[in-house]
Design a binder for this molecule. Structure first.
Ligand code: ADP
Length: 581
């Protein structure tokens, strides 16, 4: 298992979160409980009235009495129906609201996750939590919660009624409750870990499948199909094993429970008969008591079913709430940067401890400077880019903007200053406006239009509804250059003073359309730009060039200086220039 997986909330945290969720709408919940209790009380009338009928007929009452009692039964049943109907209506509405709150919290928690944590945990984990686990919780909150409350109300009132009728009969209820309690204890002790293991196995399964699908071309190119199939089989086997375990738990628990249900009624009839023949109780009481005990089965069965669901729900909740337990990877120091100069001093960095990939980087980039970073693959350019953008903190040394370490800045504050631009630009489902203002929620339409104008997105005029046009699958689909312009326009709106372009090769591709080039130039104008570049023509246009090799900066200077110095850059330049001339 991946030890970088996102954390699970422990029992105490789950309990606290569940309690907070319930209490979130306390008034509605109280109303629901009151209605359910009224329904349960109304439901008690029928068996008692039936007993009354038997006793009164026994003592010679006429048909009029029976009719009246019969009518009363019908009246109470109707009342029960109405209370039940409104209780359920409010209960389900309450559940939907609680679920909505939980989903919103989950989204907030997810968005707060540090990028590095998500990268290490793998997206499969987050995906399973946000789909499978949230769905399981949906069922719980929508159905299990109201049904559990209904069942609990019934059980309490029915037991109360049996005790009032004759305490002796409550002993019969014990006959059922004892084995039920034992088997549930046995079950619950094993269930949490079993369901957690099942959840983990499912995550593993989606992760392996997703990796295989995402790397399909690589798998094919290197003939890895057999190995990937074997990896898939292994996770499926683990999934089956964990599922069998939970299935086994259920196959032991449910039959024992079913058997326990029939005990009390049998006991009530048997002992009730004895008591009746010894003139301790009337026939009506025996009938009412056995009917009550019979009535107890349904809510108990419901409760058991939902307890089992609650177990799965507990595991899912632990996984969903676990996301909230991720510690922030930085604590803003509150210091305000002075100026926009970027200073990198004595930086070392390792992904795995003991294996530094950066070995003492010193670099100073003044505001407005354009710096190109070039070097062989694996040299550490992207790593440097991540540190400059504050995704990770250096192991030793400091990366500062305006005198403040970038990882000491609040995330939002950091992103207002420094943006990391990579090759992928995502177009979200939503309108053109939605896609842009996520970079600046307060942006006016004029600002949005002007940002699109800056990047030369003239195609906006051809869209049916302008800024209100829906983008994404099933709606208007943008082509790659257009998606790129959306990404660039977002940068214009976000207006950071520094851009780190990490191999944004598609943006810098010399074969790209002229407009794209011009759009990019418009965005870069007036900002500090640190461009990690494949192509040397980007280096040629930059104010300075840094050559990174083996985790160190080996050459640093303007294009002309480096060419004149005759080092590795000069050699690279000569060979590249020679090829393209
Ligand atoms: P470049 O961008 O110059 O190609 P990188 O910064 O991506 O180089 O990588 C520098 C070194 O760090 C390489 O040896 C690479 O294998 C290693 N590396 C990069 N990313 C990770 C990671 N997530 N975990 C472990 N090692 C990594």
């Amino acid at each position: 298992m991946n030890e970088n997986r996102l954390p699970l909330a422990d029992k105490r945290q789950v309990r606290r979160a569940a309690w907070a969720l319930l209490r979130g709408d306390a008034k509605a919940l109280t109303m629901v409980i009151v209605l359910y209790c009224l329904a349960a009380v109304a439901g008690l009338a029928a068996p008692w009235l039936l007993g009354e009928i038997v006793d009164r007929v026994d003592s010679g009452a006429g048909i009029g009495t029976v009719d009246m009692l019969g009518l009363a039964i019908a009246g109470f049943l109707l009342a029960q129906l109405l209370f039940d109907r409104f209780g359920r209506y409010l209960g389900y509405r309450y559940g939907e609201r609680a679920l909505a709150r939980m989903r919103e919290d989950f989204i907030d928690d997810t968005l707060r996750l540090p990028v590095s944590v998500v990268e290490r945990a793998g997206s499969g984990d987050l995906m399973t939590r946000s789909t499978g686990d949230v769905n399981t919780l949906g069922t719980i909150v929508r159905q299990a919660l109201p049904e559990m409350v209904i069942a609990a109300a019934h059980i309490v009132f029915i037991l109360g009624a049996v005790i009032v009728l004759n305490p002796l009969f409550s002993l019969c209820a014990l006959l059922m409750i004892l084995p039920l309690w034992l088997i549930m204890r046995w079950y619950l002790r094993r269930a949490r870990s079993a369901y957690l293991a099942e959840g983990d196995a499912n995550t593993e399964m989606s992760e392996v499948m997703a990796a295989t699908a995402a790397g399909a071309k690589t798998v094919e190119a290197f003939g890895l199909a057999d190995r990937r199939v074997a990896a898939g089989d292994a996770t499926v086997a683990e999934g089956t094993r964990t599922r069998r375990k939970t299935l086994w738990l259920r196959t032991v628990m449910f039959p024992v429970a079913d058997f326990s249900y029939v005990l009390p009624m049998a006991a009530a009839l048997f002992f009730g008969g004895l008591l009746y023949f010894n003139d301790v109780v009337s026939l009506g009481v025996v009938i009412a008591a056995s009917l009550y005990l019979r009535q107890l089965v349904e809510p108990l069965d419901q409760a058991l079913m939902w307890i089992e669901q609650l177990q799965q729900g507990g595991a899912s909740f632990a996984r969903v709430r676990g996301v909230a337990e991720v510690e922030p990877d930085r604590v803003p120091s509150g210091d305000e940067p002075v100026g926009d100069t970027i200073e990198v001093t004595g930086v070392h960095y390792a992904y795995t401890s003991g294996r530094d990939v950066l070995h003492g980087i010193d670099l100073s980039v003044r505001a407005g400077e354009h710096l190109a970073v070039v070097g062989p693959s694996g040299a550490g350019k992207s790593t440097l880019g991540r540190l400059l953008a504050g995704v990770d903190a250096p192991r030793v040394g400091a990366v500062k903007v305006g005198g403040v370490a970038v990882t000491d800045l609040d995330q939002a504050e950091l992103r207002r200053r420094i943006a990391l631009v990579t090759q992928d630009h995502h177009v979200f489902i939503g309108t053109v406006r939605d896609n842009l203002i996520l970079a600046k929620p307060t942006a006016t339409d004029d600002e949005v239009l002007s940002a699109l104008g800056t990047v030369g997105a003239t195609w906006l005029d051809t869209l049916p509804e302008g800024l209100d046009t829906q983008l994404g699958a099933g709606h208007t689909e943008l082509d790659a250059p257009q998606a790129q312009q959306i990404a660039l326009a977002r940068l214009v709106l976000a207006d950071p003073h520094t851009l780190i372009l990490d191999e944004a090769t598609s943006l810098l591709d010399p074969t790209a359309a002229r407009e794209a080039e011009r759009a990019l130039a418009a965005v870069l104008h007036g900002r500090t730009v640190i461009a990690i570049a494949h192509r040397l023509h980007a280096a040629h246009d930059a104010d300075r060039v840094a050559i990174v090799d083996g985790g160190r900066i080996t050459e640093l200077g303007s294009h002309d200086e480096l060419v004149a110095a005759g080092g590795s850059y000069a050699a690279l330049w000569r060979s590249w220039h020679g090829e393209t001339d």
